[in-house]
Write a protein that binds this ligand. Structure first.
Ligand SMILES: NC(=O)c1ccc[n+]([C@@H]2O[C@H](COP(=O)([O-])OP(=O)(O)OC[C@H]3O[C@@H](n4cnc5c(N)ncnc54)[C@H](O)[C@@H]3O)[C@@H](O)[C@H]2O)c1
Length: 265
């Protein structure tokens, strides 16, 4: 028998039985977002190039009583993104929410005139072309089913310059541009498309100790630049993703939300 509190919790699950894809959820922000969507009742599709990380995320969700499967895909490969979408539709028949979160940093530090061509191509292929490929397929499915919600992971580097990070900055500005354009195109199809713009968040991608190896005191310098004087936790980014994806944000589309302790204020 369920208690009244349990009953209330069941009733209030924001994503009960919604099918939610999160790319790059084998680690960091994506993993925590996957866990939080699952806690809200979602059927989570964990996707990543890193199968071991992805399976670990799935295990953490199922161990906590949630629902998740892992589907491997490299977002920079269109054939793999197409297959990912076909497999999701075969498994669940629909896709309610997509969080296009897979991303990589550029080789650091590298000023513009010294930046590697190969590194530029790699970062753009994953961070920008990957988001395009995913949105292209997700939107096709969402039109068929009559709506959906997409959240892209950009960065504060999608809103302002960041020395030594040309490829990353270019790739994340492109994510904001694609978010705004697609949002305008598909609002009439009841598809909302937004972006979150995280500041420095402690994950395998951003580790203060690694920053300090590049240049002594760099992590402190970065922290001092954030008005709240601290780095972010992955759950703080995931909260914003869940809110933007949910019905609570029902009239918000084409927005790039900084989650940055005031850095871009
Ligand atoms: N951590 C930060 O400070 C920070 C700040 C701003 C934005 N972001 C963005 O947040 C997102 C998540 O980053 P994170 O900090 O959790 O990093 P992370 O490295 O922990 O996670 C990124 C995940 O993406 C996966 N991935 C990489 N290339 C892929 C590909 N081609 N196809 C599919 N998956 C791929 C990785 O395997 C990894 O599991 C990224 O888009 C990143 O640019 C992070």
């Amino acid at each position: 028998m369920t208690t009244s509190l349990q009953h209330k919790q069941i009733q209030h699950m924001e994503f009960k039985d919604k099918v939610v894809l999160i790319t790059g959820s084998g680690s960091g922000i994506g993993r925590v977002a996957a866990q939080m969507f699952a806690k809200e009742g979602a059927k989570v599709v964990v996707s990543d190039v890193n199968a071991a990380g992805g399976e670990e995320t799935v295990q953490s969700i199922t161990a906590a009583g949630g629902s998740a499967i892992f589907l491997r895909a490299d977002v920079s490969n269109f054939g793999e993104v197409e297959k990912l979408m076909n497999d999701i539709v075969s498994a669940y028949g629909r896709l309610d929410v997509a969080v296009n979160n897979a991303g990589v940093g550029n080789r650091y530090p590298q000023k513009t005139a010294e930046a590697d061509i190969d590194d530029w191509d790699r970062v753009m292929a994953i961070n920008t072309t990957g988001v395009f490929y995913c949105m292209k397929m997700e939107i096709q499915q969402m039109i068929k089913q009559g709506g959906g919600s997409i959240v892209n992971t950009s960065s504060i580097a999608g809103l302002r310059g960041l020395p030594n990070s040309l490829a990353y900055v270019a790739s994340k500005h492109a994510v904001v541009g694609m978010t705004k354009t697609a949002a305008m195109e598909y609002a009439r199809h009841k598809i909302r498309i937004n972006a979150v713009c995280p500041v420095f968040t402690i994950t395998p991608m951003f580790q203060p100790a690694v920053m300090d190896q590049i240049s002594e005191g760099l992590s402190d310098k970065l922290k001092r630049g954030v008005p709240m004087k601290r780095f972010a936790q992955p759950s703080e980014m995931a909260e914003a993703m869940l809110w933007l994806a949910s019905e609570k944000a029902s009239f918000i589309t084409g927005h790039a939300l900084p989650v940055d302790g005031g850095l871009t204020a």
